[in-house]
Design a protein around this ligand. Structure first.
Ligand SMILES: Nc1ncnc2c1ncn2[C@@H]1O[C@H](COP(=O)(O)OP(=O)(O)OP(=O)(O)O)[C@@H](O)[C@H]1O
Ligand SMILES: [Mg+2]
Length: 299
């Protein structure tokens, strides 16, 4: 615990340090980088990321979905895609970033991290890091919204992405354990970033009343103990279509477009689009620069 606190403190220092190589010309003002994360595992991050990507694409956004989870049940599995190459191949020099981008449904673009991809980000030397960031620049110009699906919990691999993103969507269920873990995540992000843009979505709710009550509890906790306003965006109901979709490896927006889950995801994607946007450093290169900096120091 002590170690973790120390690690986090070092992360903050790195985050607050000026980004020496950040050139204003890299800025891509209209690109949003949104990390989808959670305190507790299995709350629906990957399903929501995939379906948000599709929903945003139907609203005319160019979407890049970046799978930053090292686990197995990932974006590619949910979409029934088997990526031949992933981030690990880019980082070890076998492939270029452009070569590993997969075209998904609705024109969304997908980057898979592979089981070692995220870890290797931590071990890049200066030359590799620069090469990688250069390659990202080309990619960011092809996207309006970049969604990062992270793993769960207060681990370094997750926090690096959650802290580096301009905006965070925290997914929780209405269960008390999930809510407390969501609060734990909010607390850490708040402590590191001071003015974070945090959106909350309640997934797998029995009904609107249950979801709103959960959203309200989290908002009250954040206001009372952190003096922080979070944005409760809304909820996705517990829906058997979602479970079927996972089994069929076809996102619910495509397999059951009129299901309650799909309808609510469309509604939430509107809310996400009209949400506040943090414009400073809103680009993929800046984002990964921060990720590698956070990873870099005390790996
Ligand atoms: N709205 C929903 N209704 C019913 N079941 C759902 C819903 N959302 C997700 N699920 C179920 O929860 C499971 C976990 O979802 P998912 O893999 O997206 O969670 P995750 O947060 O990404 O998990 P991890 O922390 O392991 O990355 C899915 O396999 C699906 O069956
Ligand atoms: Mg997941």
């Amino acid at each position: 615990m002590q170690d973790q606190a120390e690690n986090l403190r070092q992360m903050v220092e790195r985050l607050n340090a000026p980004l020496a190589a950040e050139k204003p010309s890299l800025a891509h003002a209209n690109c949003r980088v949104i990390a989808v994360t959670s305190g507790k595992g299995g709350v629906g991050k990957t399903n929501l990321s995939v379906n948000f990507a599709l929903a945003l694409a139907t609203r005319g956004k160019r979407v890049l979905l970046f799978d930053a989870d090292m686990g197995l049940a990932n974006v590619d599995v949910m979409m029934g895609i088997i990526p031949q190459y992933n981030l690990a191949h880019v980082l070890n020099g076998q492939k270029t970033l452009a070569e590993i981008v997969i075209e998904g449904p609705n024109g969304i673009k997908l980057v898979a991290s592979g089981s070692g991809g995220v870890q290797e980000l931590a071990d890049l030397n200066e030359t590799q890091r620069k090469k990688f960031l250069d390659a990202l620049m080309a990619l960011q110009n092809q996207a309006d919204v970049i969604l990062i699906d992270t793993g769960a919990g207060l681990h370094r691999n997750v926090l690096a992405f959650a802290l580096a993103a301009e905006e965070v969507v925290i997914v929780t269920t209405p269960e008390p354990t999930a809510l407390m873990d969501a609060y734990g995540m909010i607390k850490i992000i708040y402590r590191e970033k001071k003015h974070p843009a945090i959106n909350v979505i309640v997934n797998m709710a029995a009904n609107q009343a249950e979801a709103d009550e959960a959203g309200r509890k989290l908002s009250i906790l954040a206001r009372r103990f952190l003096n922080l306003e979070i944005d409760y965006l809304g909820f996705v109901p517990r829906d058997p279509s979602m479970i079927r979709a996972v089994k069929e490896q076809k996102p619910v927006l495509l397999s059951a477009p009129t299901s309650p889950a799909a309808v609510s995801i469309h509604r939430l994607s509107e809310a996400l689009l009209s949400g506040k946007m943090q414009k400073n450093n809103a680009n993929l290169v800046g984002f990964f620069k921060r990720v590698t900096q956070i990873f870099g120091g005390d790996a």
